[in-house]
Design a protein around this ligand. Structure first.
Ligand SMILES: [Zn+2]
Length: 338
């Protein structure tokens, strides 16, 4: 089964989630709320060259596309880059991967105003003169984990990307799970604490999982709720927790409890045997994962009879390249229009 995408290419919507290695190279992007990465990726999963820059949001969507094209052209000019025939873009959502359109992306705005609809695949394709396939970044990340990472042998896996936002990607019975109407299941916006004023979410609601569990949210809560002083972001709070600062450790203790609650929700929805944690904040997993496990075990104690729903929880070993690997995967898997 296939669906049309930008420039007449067709994106497979079902399995297999595998790729034959034929020496092809893709240009892949990972577009997040704060950073954009571009990479040349071989079809055996090797990232040959990558560049990462802060996202330029001041000039709106056209400025961002210009920035991405500039990044891409530099890579395409390299000897390996001349072999590129397909471009994959893993992006923060919401978006329609089939139409190649961003729908007012939650974490991208200029002067407090959202961007509305952005036909980013078509705009980038026009600049690079190459076909561009768009995919939700959380979907791309779980595809990358299934292709080359921790989920290689898993048929049922949920990936949590802990970065600027909280991305949730799901594979059930070996196939990528999508929501209706071309959208991605926005698992980061399930409500963890309905109406909690201490947890405003970028989507406009209070108390979403993302408003507690993204790396950015952790940093904000550590300062505002746990009164960690002298630290500005999650990386600095992580450093302080490693030095046994009590307020920073309290922030991690709360994080572990809330993460268990969120994982419980994903477990009862999707029954994964594996949870993969990725994104920049997963690097702090040694400070919250050992504490999280007993909470999760307790929460799922009634769901271990018959089918044991307690999942393994692992940290991604793709070194924060899951986005570009997933972007490369969707680019290389897409077939030219017949
Ligand atoms: Zn939300």
């Amino acid at each position: 089964m296939t669906a049309p995408s930008s420039r007449g290419r067709r994106v497979p919507t079902t399995n297999p989630l595998t790729l034959a290695s034929r020496g092809r190279v893709a240009l892949a992007y990972d577009l997040g709320g704060t950073k954009v990465e571009a990479a040349l990726v071989r079809d055996d999963g090797k990232v040959m060259k990558s560049e990462r820059l802060p996202v330029r949001v001041d000039a709106g969507p056209s400025g961002l596309v210009a920035q991405m094209a500039e990044l891409g052209r530099a890579l395409l000019a390299l000897p390996e880059g001349r072999r590129v025939r397909a471009v994959g873009l893993a992006s923060a959502g919401p978006l329609d991967p089939r139409a190649g359109v961003l729908f007012d992306p939650t974490n991208l705005f200029t002067a407090g105003k959202g961007w509305g609809k952005v036909p980013i695949a078509r705009l980038l394709s026009a600049k690079l003169k190459l076909p561009v396939t768009l995919e939700n970044d959380a979907a791309a990340a779980i595809l990358a984990e299934k292709w080359k990472g921790a989920a290689r042998r898993a048929q049922n896996a949920v990936m949590l990307t802990l970065g600027t936002g909280l991305g949730v990607g799901v594979i059930c019975d070996g196939a990528l799970v999508r929501a209706g109407r071309g959208l991605h299941p926005e698992g980061g916006h399930v409500l963890l604490k309905y109406g909690d004023a201490s947890a405003p979410c970028a989507c406009g609601t209070l108390g979403c999982a993302e408003a507690f569990l993204s790396g950015a949210a952790f940093g904000r809560r550590a300062v505002q709720v746990h009164q960690v002083s002298g630290a500005r972001d999650s990386a600095e709070i992580t450093a302080r927790a490693r030095e046994k600062d009590p307020a920073s450790l309290a922030a991690f203790a709360e994080y572990a409890e809330l993460l268990a609650a969120a994982i419980q929700t994903y477990v009862v929805l999707y029954s994964p045997e594996l949870i993969v944690l990725a994104g920049s904040f997963a690097q702090a997993a040694d400070l919250f994962l050992p504490q999280m496990q007993p909470h999760l075990k307790r929460r799922l104690s009634r769901r271990r009879v018959g089918v044991d729903l307690l999942p393994r929880v692992e940290v991604s070993r793709l070194h924060n390249h899951a986005g570009v690997l997933g972007g490369a995967f969707v680019a290389l898997r897409s077939k030219p229009h017949p």
